[in-house]
Design a binder for this molecule. Sequence first.
Ligand code: NAD
Ligand code: ZN
Length: 250
Amino acid sequence: MKKISDIWLNRFKTASSVAVLTGAGISAESGVPTFRGEDGLWKKFRPEELANFDAFLKNPELVWEWYNYRRKLIEEVKPNPGHFALAELEKRVHSFSLITQNVDDLHRKAGSQNIIELHGNILRNRCLSCGRVSGSADMDFSEGVPKCPQCGGRLRPDVVWFGEMLPEEAIQKAYAAAETCDIFMVLGTSAVVYPASALPEIAFRKGAFIVEINPEATPVTAYAHVSLRGKTGELLPEIVRKLTAGTEND
Ligand code: NAD
Ligand code: ZN
């Protein structure tokens, strides 16, 4: 099914639980580049070359320079209509879980409440020595790599790098949401990075109705009940608008 149809939209009115998985695509319309697009490259580095612990140990200044560049960009952008539509949808559903692979905090800025961050948050840092988590305001770059305000240890961005484990609590919550939801939405993600990529499959096997929005086909397209080819910033507000109109007519 390619269109926003009242037949499947009605499922949102009766669903007791909706889970959503978002990826970099949902923030593309806010001006945050995805990794896989050409504009995802920074100084000709591929993200995989910088977003890993070995790169940080070898050249922490370079990795921090890249994260500072991305953090400043993210601090300047705003949520787009896709983010706002999800915050609105959350108000209309009994149980709503927003699982995101994004690190940009834009879902929170848009007003979403039940957010599960699988890959951390670029606006936070973590001390390699004592584990203390701090905000960006605490950072001091006068000696190159920023130091922990508590113990003087090295700070790293509080994000999940390639090859690292996901935060245990977040992944448990995400699996639980995928296993128990009536509707699972896959939005702006290529759904190829494990374990996030396993979530729509789990939901599908448990009988959830799968809705995908992406300008391009992904591995999810093959089994999604509805796969809409388009931008989340355009289609999500349309879905919410139609749901709202439906409620007013009831
Ligand atoms: P990804 O694998 O999730 O791919 C991006 C997807 O978004 C693609 O399938 C693309 O077709 C789709 N897309 C592009 N524009 C869209 C739009 N307007 N509406 C809907 N879909 C759209 O992401 P990636 O860029 O390969 O990143 C890999 C990892 O790095 C993920 O964890 C990702 O979330 C993270 N990352 C996060 C951010 C962020 O926080 N904003 C930015 C870059 C990368
Ligand atoms: Zn410390």
